[in-house]
Design a binder for this molecule. Structure first.
Ligand code: SF4
Length: 166
């Protein structure tokens, strides 16, 4: 059975920077009942507390953080790149351990965002880009969706399972 990596905050776990969570999402509940969910909060796994100061990537490109070309910073200027990278590496380790090819990660997060992130100005401005974990998983060939793309994620899952049984 295909497993799916899911951001813990989308499963109702109160791990967001502000202590909040998201959901419930019916599709995620179905996948949990099927036993295919592997849950991770990269920032908490990386050692950050909850609640924690919000952080952004100047320029919004998680791939640049992985390559040492950009930092993840809090509004006070604290460099939190190391825990963000550690969390991404733990996500990659889980993906490899479980043979995961599909992830549903929280949109617009500096770790989990798959299409957009905030631009580092803490003004709500968004740019096209991926968070640190989403970027690392994409590099590893994982298809990364967000909670607004659950129909597309389900289609991708069905395509993978058809390929498995072919
Ligand atoms: Fe954790 Fe990702 Fe959710 Fe942020 S978006 S709380 S890093 S799971």
């Amino acid at each position: 059975m295909e497993k799916i990596l899911i951001s813990r905050c989308l499963l109702g776990h109160r791990v967001r920077y502000d202590g909040g969570a998201h959901g419930p999402f019916d599709q995620l509940a179905v996948w949990q009942a099927e036993g295919r969910v592997v849950a991770l909060c990269p920032e908490v796994a990386g050692g950050l507390p909850t609640p924690r100061p919000p952080a952004e990537i100047p320029g919004g490109q998680g791939a640049q953080v992985l390559d040492g070309q950009a930092l993840v910073l809090t509004q006070a200027g604290e460099d939190v790149s190391a825990p963000f990278i550690s969390g991404a590496q733990q996500a990659l380790a889980l993906v490899q351990q479980h043979g995961i090819r599909l992830a549903v990660l929280k949109s617009r997060s500096p770790s989990c965002g798959n299409l957009e992130t905030y631009d580092g100005s803490f003004s709500g401005e968004k740019v096209r880009g991926q968070g640190v974990t989403a970027a690392l998983l994409s590099r590893a060939g994982v298809q990364v969706f967000n909670e607004e793309q659950l129909a597309a994620a389900l289609e991708a899952l069905q395509a993978l399972e058809r390929g498995r049984s072919a």
